[in-house]
Design a protein around this ligand. Structure first.
Ligand code: 13P
Ligand code: ZN
Length: 269
C-alpha cells in the first residue's frame, strides 16, 4: 500500500521533522525504550482524498470531550514504540488519526493501525486548548530529559518559578529562547485525564511544563522548535549540575543582568 506521505511534500516534511527530533531524543538519552511521545496537528495538510480515506481501526475513545478538534487530523507516535525506531521509520512507529464528529473518539486512517501514544489524552487536550486560544502552535512533545527530571526530586525546585529562575540564570540564552519558563505539575499518573487537565492549566502561563518525577511537555509551532525549548532548558540544568559536581553552588546571573537581558530582547517580565 502507498504511504499517505507520497506526493504530499508538506505533510512528508512535517512527519520527517518528527523523525529527526526522535533521533535527537534518543541521542540525548532522553528516550529510553518507548519513553516520550510526539503529536503533530496536520489538519492544514489534509486534502479531500485524505478526508475520504476509510478508517483502519475501530473508533478509540479519548476519555474527554474536545470540541475544537472536530474534523482535525494528527500524526501520533505509537504507544510502546521507540523514538530510535521512529527516527528511521516514522510511519511504522506512528500513525495518522482523524477525530470523529462526536469530539470524543478518533480512528486511525494511515499508514498502519499503530495504536497512538498512551499520553494521547494530554496531547489531544493540549491541541484542543491551543486551537481555542488561537495559538499558532501545532506540535507537542513529551520527553524524559535526565537533568531536568532530577531537579524535581528536590522539593525546593517544585515551588513556583524556583526552577525557572535557576535555569534562566545559568546562561542568557535560556530566557531568550524559553521566555515563559518552566511550569511545574505535581506528580500525576502517566496517561491520565488528571495529568492532561493539569497540563492545559499550566500552559496558560508557560510554554514548557514539567511533570514531576516524569518528564517535560512542550508545545511550539513545529516539533523542532518544541525540542529546542527543552534542549535549552536542559542545557541550563546541565550547567547547574556541572557547577554542583565541581563542588560549589553556581552564582547564576544577577537580577540586574537578567533585567538587562529582558529589556534588550524585549522578553516578557
Ligand atoms: P507511550 O509509549 O505510550 O508513548 O508512552 C511513553 C511515555 O513516556 C509515557 O509517559
Ligand atoms: Zn513519559
Amino acid at each position: 500500500m502507498e504511504s499517505i506521505l507520497k506526493n504530499r511534500p508538506a505533510l512528508e516534511h512535517a512527519v520527517w521533522q518528527a523523525a529527526e527530533v526522535a533521533g535527537y531524543l534518543w541521542q540525548k538519552g532522553w528516550a529510553e525504550r518507548n519513553g516520550g511521545n510526539i503529536t503533530l496537528n496536520i489538519t492544514e495538510y489534509v486534502d479531500d482524498e485524505i478526508r475520504a480515506l476509510p478508517a483502519i481501526s475501530e473508533p478509540i475513545a479519548i476519555g474527554m470531550h474536545l470540541p475544537m478538534l472536530k474534523g482535525c487530523y494528527f500524526y501520533c507516535k505509537g504507544t510502546q514504540k521507540r523514538m530510535r525506531d521512529l527516527a528511521r521509520w516514522p510511519m511504522d512507529n506512528g500513525s495518522i488519526i482523524r477525530i470523529l464528529d462526536d469530539c470524543e473518539h478518533y480512528e486511525i486512517i494511515a499508514d498502519n493501525p499503530v495504536m497512538p501514544t498512551s499520553e494521547a489524552p494530554a496531547h489531544l487536550s493540549v491541541h484542543n486548548y491551543l486551537l481555542e486560544k488561537g495559538s499558532p502552535c501545532r506540535a507537542s512533545l513529551h520527553t524524559h530529559p535526565i537533568e531536568l527530571i532530577a531537579l524535581t526530586h528536590n522539593k525546593a525546585f517544585l515551588e513556583k518559578d524556583v526552577a525557572t529562575r535557576t535555569l534562566w540564570s545559568m546562561i542568557p540564552e535560556t530566557k531568550a529562547f524559553c521566555p515563559r519558563g518552566l511550569g511545574i505539575i505535581p506528580y500525576e499518573l502517566p496517561g491520565s485525564v488528571m495529568l492532561a487537565e493539569a497540563t492545559i492549566r499550566e500552559l496558560d502561563d508557560y510554554d514548557v511544563v514539567m511533570w514531576e518525577k516524569h518528564g517535560v511537555f512542550a508545545v511550539d509551532v513545529d516539533i523542532m522548535s518544541a525540542f529546542d525549548q527543552v534542549d535549552v532548558l536542559n542545557k541550563s540544568a546541565l550547567i547547574y549540575v556541572a557547577a554542583k559536581s565541581m563542588g560549589f553552588e553556581p552564582d547564576g546571573m544577577s537580577d540586574e543582568q537578567m533585567a538587562e537581558m529582558t529589556r534588550a530582547f524585549n522578553l516578557p517580565k
